[in-house]
Design a binder for this molecule. Structure first.
Ligand code: FAD
Length: 449
């Protein structure tokens, strides 16, 4: 290091900037440096009207890119939500690492200037006639539509489940909101004072951050050990399917770790009902329909996930095939253009693609989708790179250690940081999650990477 504290390496970065860049390369991979300025090129003139439904990470990232690259474009974002939640931080809140206020920003601070923001929810999509309808009955026409609604957490499919009770009676779920994540930590913290029977669940549907249920399991084990209560506790992970993770090499790695930690697994065990006051959960074998009732002291509930109703009930969703029951958006998995309505594109969790429901997926696919929308506006052949399905998250293993998961549509590992070995414990991967991914996420939202 030089006297100035700057790295003396050829790249000449401060240590902090270097770490943020490395984080950006992974959450965030694709070989694009986080702080690299976009090549200055003249904005393309257009008077096209683009409607973006959803002001989450995907919607905002594309809005910022289009606003920068198109001169005269009219962008309307439709979403009632004012608070922008940094969902990858929820697992840190739910395991007592981060305070809850670190995961909330304002959408208005992330959206580009000069757009129209309709603070209503879309209730109907009419791609045949190029308009959407909002819950006030307003019809909004478009030339091009980006669907960025994220997904719906289907807690209603679990009889007796009520997210209002998270934090009480040993009931936990990291998924619904920052408040639920915080209440989940209360439930975990109370449980670890005494220990007992812990039940962890995994649904059989596609889901966002499929690593999160595993992170919660590793961290519960760690928190019990720290409290000296692991020996009088049992942790059982119930999966509705026949594995705990869809990528075989990761599945095997995690199972081998769990076997050493004494975490048990039950397969074909789908949570269908819960008695919150009585602390009993009902599981069904999806093939035989056999029922089992399990008492618990602590339960982490992961709901089935599907497309929001407005998409599921529209002609934009898959009409047949394996993606139809969840109502996922029918897009070409490489271009993320709708397969039947060429002026419609999708980004993020709503896409009916084989994998890819992480913020890292949005990072890698946003430049591709933005380029393809611009090409479509210009009437050109789509020239964006083929999206490879990049999916990534740092899997928390214990306090101070994580394993960076990165893979593509084919389930092939796609490591992006030379000094972070895939499938190995890494303090750096922990540090990325703890400190550097949030700034990287904000850069993605602002369309800078
Ligand atoms: C617990 C947890 C842990 C995670 N950990 C990681 C991680 O470590 N790494 C990682 O990369 N990713 C992680 N993720 C996943 C990541 O947060 C999501 O994949 C990402 O936020 C998806 O962005 P999106 O834009 O598709 O959806 P979202 O960011 O969810 O935004 C969707 C938006 O659409 C709006 N909307 C919905 N329906 C309508 C409608 N009808 N009309 C108008 N607007 C609508 C919503 O209000 C919302 O604002 C995690 C997620 C969770 C929940």
């Amino acid at each position: 290091m030089s006297k100035s504290g700057k790295s003396s390496g050829a790249i000449g970065l401060s240590r902090r900037n270097f770490l943020i860049r490395a984080s950006a390369l992974s959450m965030v991979t694709g070989g694009v440096e986080m702080t690299a300025p976009a090549l200055a090129k003249a904005a393309i003139k257009t008077n096209a009207k683009v409607v973006i439904v959803g002001s989450g990470l995907g919607g905002i990232a594309i809005a910022n890119r289009l606003k920068r690259d198109l001169d005269g474009v009219k962008i309307t974002i439709v979403d009632r939500k004012e608070i922008h939640n940094y969902q990858p931080g929820y697992t840190l809140v739910a395991t007592g690492i981060w305070p809850v206020d670190k995961v909330a920003d304002r959408n208005s601070d992330l959206q580009p200037a000069g757009i129209e923001w309709v603070q209503e929810m879309a209730t109907e999509f009419n791609p045949e006639a190029n308009f959407i309808t909002t819950d006030s009955g307003r019809k909004i026409p478009y030339d091009f539509l980006l669907v960025a609604t994220g997904l719906h957490l289907d807690f209603d499919k679990i009889e007796g489940m009520d997210i209002k009770h998270i934090g009480t009676n040993g009931l936990a779920s990291v998924y619904p909101s920052p408040q639920a994540a915080s209440a989940t930590w209360q439930a975990m913290d109370t449980f670890r004072q005494k220990g007992g029977e812990a039940v962890m669940t995994l649904p059989g549907t596609p889901m966002k951050c499929a690593g999160a249920p595993l992170k919660m399991t590793f961290m519960l084990d760690d928190r019990l050990r720290q409290a000296g209560k692991r020996d009088n506790s049992k942790i059982t992970f119930h999966s509705a399917g026949s594995n705990i993770f869809g990528v075989p090499v990761i599945n095997e790695n995690v199972l081998s770790r769990w076997s050493k930690l004494g975490i048990e697994t039950q397969y074909k065990s789908q949570l269908t009902a819960i008695d919150i006051g009585g602390r009993r959960a009902t599981f069904i074998d999806p093939s035989t329909k056999d029922k089992t009732e399990v008492p618990y002291d602590f339960i982490h509930v992961v709901p089935p996930m599907r497309a929001p109703d407005a998409i599921k009930n529209s002609s934009l969703s898959y009409q047949d095939g394996p993606m139809a029951s969840g109502g996922w958006l029918e897009v070409d998995k490489f271009s993320l253009q709708h397969t039947r309505f060429p002026n419609v594109f999708g980004i993020g969790d709503i896409n009916g693609t084989p994998r890819g429901k992480t913020a890292a997926t949005v990072k890698k696919s946003a430049p591709i989708v933005a380029q393809n929308i611009i090409d479509a506006i210009e009437g050109k052949v789509l020239s964006g790179d083929r999206f490879d399905g990049y999916t990534s998250c740092p899997l928390l293993l214990r306090e101070g250690s994580a394993m960076l998961l990165e893979f593509d549509y084919a389930g092939k590992l796609t490591p992006s940081i030379p000094f972070v070995e895939p499938l190995q414990d890494s303090y750096f991967a922990w540090l990325m999650k703890y400190r550097f991914l949030k700034p990287a996420y904000i850069s993605v939202a602002k369309g800078r990477v």
